[in-house]
Design a protein around this ligand. Structure first.
Ligand code: NCD
Length: 338
């Protein structure tokens, strides 16, 4: 991808390493705005259409927050039943209409390929906020940005990383997108831990191996003592044919203080795209790790705002102008102080 301006962001396959690093450097510049040390009005007058046809908390709100932090306005549609899709309107028609009301659109939808289909009807850039079990490119960017920051704190680059991805790797779109994007880097070791029936799709495994990375497939926590990142995931119960089918996998790969200490080195960073399923029968990431310094889950969610601000600024062609529209912050703020 040579230029982001006016582009849809539909898949991680659009990115090369240079494009990823470009997003990261713009994201770094967004830090003072996200921390409310100052604000910018560079997108004053611009409108984000935020369309979420599947449940979402952090992705939806962080897209909206990112746009607001750049000075823009947000119009939201949430839930299939609240939109004309429920009356049989096509994605194409919805896209033609809503793109007339927006400068950029972020969209999540339960069907694989739906956001790309929507983009064909859109007159403005569309960002994929998750299309069914397929992809979640902006989550991959924020996960990788977090990995880069965590590694930097140990004086190490992304290259040479050993990552363990754990849980529902079949339906979990975040791991599909993250594994593909990580494959752009050098000498990555992937250990993929899942129940046999919930393994990483072969399409993604092929990307890993054809880029020359090491791939280990496992159904248990052995062999993870050198992993730099432990990336936990939720069983994607909404993608199973029945609740009973999902239930058989719940709680299979729990991580808590005891299991962490037993299987991982003391520097292993713990990540999760969230939401974690905190019900007792699942609980794949226990609250007893909440104050562990290596728990990066809320650094991930904070970084989501920076990365989404960067994408909006790049797509709308204002990344180099953000500071020209600086304003002071007048209210009390202690954001991002621990
Ligand atoms: C993920 C998703 O929606 O794919 N959440 C997110 O966007 N941070 C993961 C999940 O729902 O388990």
């Amino acid at each position: 991808m040579n230029s982001f301006t006016g582009q849809h962001i539909l898949s991680v396959n659009q990115f090369d390493r240079e494009a990823v690093e470009k997003v990261f450097s713009v994201a770094d510049n967004m830090t003072p705005y996200a921390a409310r040390h100052k604000r910018t009005t560079v997108l004053e007058g611009a409108i984000l259409g935020n369309l979420f046809f599947e449940p979402s908390t952090r992705t939806r709100v962080s897209f909206g927050t990112a746009f607001n932090l750049l000075g823009g306005e947000v119009r939201e549609t949430t839930g299939m039943s609240n939109s004309a899709l429920a009356k049989g309107e096509s994605l194409y028609d919805t896209a033609r209409v809503l793109s007339g009301y927006s400068d950029v659109i972020a969209m999540r939808h339960p069907d694989i390929g739906s956001v790309a289909e929507f983009a064909q009807g859109s007159r403005v850039p569309v960002i994929n906020g998750g299309d069914g079990a397929n992809e979640h490119p902006t989550q991959a960017l924020l996960d990788l940005y977090t990995i880069a920051k965590e590694r930097q704190s140990f004086g190490q680059p992304i290259d040479g990383l050993h990552i363990a991805m754990i849980g529902d790797l079949k339906f979990g779109r975040t791991v599909h997108s993250l594994a593909t994007m990580l494959s752009l880097f050098s000498n990555i070791k992937f250990t993929l831990v899942s129940p046999k029936d919930l393994g990483m799709p072969s399409k993604v495994c092929d990307v890993i191996t054809s880029a020359g990375h090491e791939l280990v497939i496992s159904d248990n926590f052995e062999g993870l003592s050198e992993a730099d990142i432990c990336y936990q995931t939720r069983i994607q119960e909404e993608r199973f044919e029945s609740q009973e089918m999902a239930n058989q996998y719940r709680g299979k790969f729990r991580l808590n203080q005891k299991i962490y200490t037993q299987h991982f080195k003391s520097q292993t960073v713990i990540m999760h795209p969230l939401p974690r399923d905190s019900r007792a029968e699942a609980n794949e990431l226990d609250n007893d790790l909440n104050i562990h310094p290596n728990l990066a889950i809320f650094r991930q969610t904070d970084n989501g705002v920076l990365v989404r601000m960067a994408l909006f600024a790049l797509i709308l062609g204002v990344a180099h102008k953000v500071q020209d529209f600086d304003r002071a912050v007048h209210w009390y703020t202690n954001k991002h102080q621990n």
